[in-house]
Design a protein around this ligand. Structure first.
Ligand code: ADP
Length: 664
């Protein structure tokens, strides 16, 4: 035993161990009853030595709810070691529950059977370290966060800067834009005032009268010279006056119209309006075309009325004159029976007047080839030639017969003028057509008359010439017994010539209205006798005079003689086979009828109406006997001038009664 090493008792051993600086305790049982604890541990716990022998839960009641008591239980029961670093534990130290941080170990101490008989408990208070580290960590974190924040702030600042730059740029752009806008506005303003100037100039120089009138006060805002002239007022007169003060004479008619335009905003226009204006103190009637044009303000309401007015008096008067002249010429053309055509040379279609259609007997407007077939076949070439010639000479002229198969021949005369296009190509012919049938007939009559008259005159003159030649030849010879007969023949010829000449003279006098009646009272039957006697001596007819033989008339005896001579001579001449010729003087009411009846061939009914026409002869060939067709015409003129009437009753094959009636 002596040389055996010296061994410490358990108590000593624990005391030694308890001397260590590191807090150390030894626990037993699952309740972690404190077997031993060094001062360091007692300090950590914040208790005193009285805790020795107590369970951990009793010694440190504040551990309740913390994991440590359980851990001891498991170390004891399961033999496992628990270690921890920086593990927090709440302990009541100095009477105050505080949190401390420990690096600890609960280590089971096992016997040879592996059974835990003690738990070694070490715990280093690392609160300082932990908190230091934690603060550092916290600081670092804070710093990092601050840094991050700073970075973010920086970023934000950079972004803000960028934004600011962008805004700056934008601002610059806006400023530039603003400058341009200002410039534009200035230009626009300039342009506006220039345009306003132009507008004023325009108004001032416009050839129509313009007057701008305020819609609310009717004050004249603008007026040009043409308007001043129209209303006959000086410019000063317009200043500070309403339009109705300026032209009061127009208010009654025009104020309602203007008010209507202001109310509705619809313009009003009137043409050839009759208006009485006081110009230079005198009332004058003028014709005016005018417009009330509403001018809209920014509120869309009528703010002013622009009056545009132009005087058209002269124009309308001129137009009316032209219309009247046109009407007159149309009437004249119609009255003259002239048809008008306007022939389009491209289409060949004429545009014609109503009279044209009448002349050509057309029911509807003519087309391209309507006219040609209406022309007499013999005259179609004449017409075609005239049209061809017109294209050369510019003038159209032809006369042609119309083609009426059953009717009498009718003549037309066409006359026209060619109009050319700008390239000198013929464009149209404007012309007239005239029915010249009567003229042609007259011409024919004239030709006939000349031939008849010369023939009629030639016969007695030839006979007179022959008688004279014969007398000349025998004047010194023995056959002088013939002379009285020749003289007689000559006298007859001369009488015939002088009768013809007398007829011609009468006609020419009648035409000049040169027959003056030389009236006297005479017994009609005596005149009949005087006329009939010489005729009945030569003619073989018996002339019987009946009726009122005592009747006295008041008339031109010589002219009535002419009528009776003509009636009786005609009866002798045209009714040679009639044995008697009866002259009857018959009175009724207030007139006397003298009739001369023969029993000759009579006159066809249709010809009777023409007997008293000039140059009319029933048998134009002259076979019936000689005459110029003037006798009865002269008779009619004479009786008409006596306010009487004349006529014929005749039945073909039976005879004729020529009569005249004179008022008593
Ligand atoms: P003229 O000088 O030719 O005889 P008038 O005017 O005297 O002319 O007569 C016109 C026509 O009337 C004559 O051409 C004739 O044909 C017709 N006429 C006149 N009297 C008679 C008659 N008594 N009987 C038949 N025909 C007559």
């Amino acid at each position: 035993m002596d040389n055996s090493p010296y061994l410490l008792t358990d108590k000593q051993l624990i005391e030694v161990l308890c001397m260590t600086q590191s807090p150390t305790a030894v626990h037993v049982s699952e309740d972690a009853v404190i077997q031993a604890a060094n001062d360091a541990m007692i300090n950590v716990w914040g208790k005193d030595r009285s805790v020795i022998g107590k369970s951990l839960a009793d010694a440190l009641p504040e551990l309740k709810g913390q994991p440590f008591i359980d851990m001891f239980k498991r170390v004891w029961n399961e033999g496992i070691t628990f270690t921890g670093t920086d593990t927090p534990a709440n302990l009541v130290v100095n009477g105050e529950l505080q949190t401390f941080y420990f690096d600890f170990e609960y280590k089971p101490i096992k016997d040879g059977n592996g059974k835990t008989y003690a738990i070694l408990h070490t715990a280093n208070d690392v609160t300082e370290r932990y908190l230091g580290r934690h603060r550092e960590q916290h600081l670092i974190e804070e710093l990092t966060a601050t840094n991050e924040e700073l970075t973010a702030a920086n970023e934000e600042v950079r972004a803000s800067n960028e934004e600011l730059a962008a805004i700056n740029e934008e601002l610059q752009a806006i400023t530039e834009e603003l400058r341009l806008s200002e410039e534009f506005l200035q230009n626009a303003n300039n342009e506006l005032s220039a345009s306003e100037n132009r507008f004023r100039q325009l108004i001032a120089q416009a050839p129509v009268g313009i007057c701008l009138i305020g819609a609310h006060d009717f004050m004249v805002q603008e007026v040009n010279n043409a308007y001043l002239q129209l209303v006959g007022r000086p410019r000063e007169f317009f200043e500070g006056r309403t339009i109705w003060q300026i032209v009061p004479e127009a208010e009654q008619t025009y104020a309602p119209i203007m008010n209507g335009v202001i109310e509705t905003g619809i313009a009003y226009a009137a043409n050839e309006h009759r208006l009485i204006l006081s110009r230079a103190g005198a009332d004058e009637e003028v014709l005016v075309n005018f417009v009330y044009e509403p001018i809209l303000g920014q509120d869309g309401q009528v703010s002013a009325i622009m009056v545009l007015a132009i005087e058209v008096t002269d124009m309308v008067t001129a137009r009316k004159k032209i219309e009247q002249a046109e009407e007159r010429s149309r009437l004249a053309v119609d009255a003259a029976g002239i048809g008008i055509f306007d022939l389009d040379l491209q289409t060949g279609i004429p545009v014609v007047s109503g009279k044209f259609n009448e002349i050509f007997d057309l029911d509807s407007p003519p087309g391209k080839d309507t006219i040609e077939p209406l022309i007499h076949p013999d005259d179609r070439q004449t017409r075609a030639d005239a049209h061809a010639e017109a294209l050369q000479s510019g003038q159209l002229f032809y006369e042609a017969r119309l083609w009426h198969q059953n009717g009498p021949i009718r003549w037309v005369r066409a006359q026209g003028k060619v109009f050319y296009k700008s390239d000198n190509a013929p464009d149209r012919i404007l012309g007239t057509v005239l029915d010249i049938t009567a003229y042609k007939e007259l011409q024919q009559q004239k030709d006939d008359f000349i031939s008849i008259a010369s023939h009629e005159l030639k016969t007695p003159i030839t006979s007179l010439k022959a008688s004279l030649q014969l007398m000349d030849r025998i004047k010194d010879k023995s056959e002088q017994t013939m002379i009285p007969k020749l003289i007689m023949q000559s006298r007859k010829s001369v009488e015939r010539v002088s009768a013809l000449v007398e007829d011609l003279l009468n006609v020419s006098r009648l035409q000049q209205s040169d027959i003056r009646l030389n009236k006297s009272h005479f017994i009609l039957s005596q005149l009949v006798n005087a006329v009939a006697n010489p005729i009945s001596i030569i003619a073989k007819h018996k002339i019987i005079i009946t009726g009122n033989l005592e009747l006295q008339v008041y008339a031109d005896e010589h002219r009535i003689d002419q009528v009776l001579t003509n009636f009786l001579n005609n009866a002798v001449k045209y009714a040679p086979s009639s044995e008697t010729i009866e002259v009857d003087i018959h009175t009724a009411e207030d007139y006397v009828t003298v009739s001369v009846t023969d029993y000759g061939p009579g006159i066809p009914f249709e010809k009777q109406q023409h007997l008293f026409d000039r140059y009319y002869r029933v048998d134009p060939s002259g076979h019936q006997g000689s005459g110029l067709g003037l006798g009865l015409y002269i008779c009619e003129e004479i009786i008409t001038r006596h306010n009487g009437s004349i006529g014929v009753n005749s039945v073909e094959g039976k005879g004729s009664t020529f009569w005249f009636r004179l008022p008593l």
